[in-house]
Ligand binder design. Structure first.
Ligand code: DNO
Length: 358
């Protein structure tokens, strides 16, 4: 058994990276995909899934991981038509299972999926990367959302659907009564409804941690550190209730020891996102190359922790820098993510060969 290296792809006509390109990165077995045109709450129909299968499978990839089936705001806020949308989610799980999907990555963040203040922050080597400037997050969330929407190189970014973001005032209003404890309760309600169909189909729900791992704009973020991740796993103590362990998200808080979290919870990790973060003394952070020395996430310690735990789940290189002048969806170009995949596989193969020669 070995780690399963995967690569995120946004779909035909929706990505500058092609499946043909991805095929030339050694070691990629799984395409991490989604129906990006679907709004949260809609059922993913079999014919739509089938069309993606017919694109992915001829290249020799499997489609085991979906990222994301987004959760409707009524489910997160525990209001309106949440039971209807949970039924839709269950139907989507059933439909995905028919095509062999094993893992669904999702998040339970209010309003924003992830937040950065800059998408093209210049690094010393002339590349650019995502950047988070803490003081700017105190500003107007609408200003920040408008900046993100303007800078996507003509493509949508996951979690930043213009239709949703257009109704930002209403969304903030909707979340106003949702305290952190209420949000925990709504997450538990959702997962408890899903567990039977997960068992029936063998699909694991794998939650992504909240990015950044602290509250923003007065909105509660639940999964931010070891204590909250443990709470989450105990709250619905079921192997189908699992994690998308996001190394970069967690390590934005320098107090989090991601490798230690991997060792504690390895049996509940279904999918891992690996990227590196560089911290600044004032709390700002920048994304960085995945090479261990380029940031403080502890990439080598994390890979070793996964390896020592016998991890045989899915893993993918997370956001890359923009390098070599590539024009692509920010964070999701081909070049830096391909470098990352090779680095991570290099570490893994070395660990494996050391064991075999012991
Ligand atoms: C950002 C991603 C997230 C992730 C979702 C999962 O690039 O890591 O958008 O896909 O939070 O639902």
């Amino acid at each position: 058994m070995s780690v399963k290296m995967s690569f995120r792809w946004f779909g035909e006509g929706n990505d500058t990276v092609s499946l043909r390109d991805i095929r030339q990165i050694p070691g990629i077995e799984t395409i991490v995909w989604a129906l990006h045109h679907k709004m949260p709450g809609e059922v993913w129909e079999k014919d739509e899934i089938c069309a993606v299968r017919d694109q992915i499978v001829p290249f020799g990839f499997n489609m085991d991981v979906v990222e994301s089936v987004n959760v409707h705001d009524d489910i997160k806020t525990g209001s309106g038509s949440r039971d209807l949308y949970i039924d839709h989610y269950i139907q989507t799980i059933r439909n995905l299972a028919e095509f062999g999907v094993r893992v669904i990555c999702y998040n339970f963040m209010p309003v924003f999926d992830w937040t950065r203040t800059e998408l093209y922050h210049p690094l010393e080597d002339g590349s650019t990367a995502f950047f988070y400037e803490k003081s700017r997050i105190l500003d107007d969330p609408k200003k920040m959302a408008a900046y993100i929407l303007r800078n996507q190189n003509g493509m949508t970014l996951p979690g930043w659907e213009p239709e949703r973001i257009a109704g930002l005032d209403e969304l903030f209003e909707k979340y106003r009564p949702v305290t952190k404890e209420k949000l925990w309760g709504n997450l538990q309600y959702f997962l408890e409804k899903l567990m039977p169909v997960c068992h029936e189909t063998g699909i694991r729900m794998a939650i992504h941690q909240d990015d950044p791992p602290w509250d923003i704009f007065g909105l509660p973020h639940l999964l931010t550190d070891e204590a909250s991740v443990s709470r989450f796993l105990q709250m619905v103590d079921d192997p189908c209730n699992s994690l998308t362990l996001c190394a970069g998200t967690l390590s934005a808080n320098p107090e989090n020891d991601v490798a230690d979290m991997v060792r504690r919870h390895s049996d509940r990790i279904a999918f891992a996102h690996i990227r590196n973060v560089r911290h600044y003394a004032n709390g700002d952070f920048s994304e960085a190359s995945v090479r261990d020395q380029c940031g403080e996430t502890g990439i080598l310690r994390i890979m070793k922790a996964l390896y020592d735990s016998g991890y045989d789940g899915y893993i993918r290189p997370d956001h890359g820098r923009q390098i070599w002048g590539e024009q692509s969806r920010p964070g999701y170009g081909l070049y830096d993510r391909a470098l990352s995949a090779m680095y991570l596989l290099g570490v893994w193969d070395t660990l494996e060969s050391e064991r075999n020669t012991d």
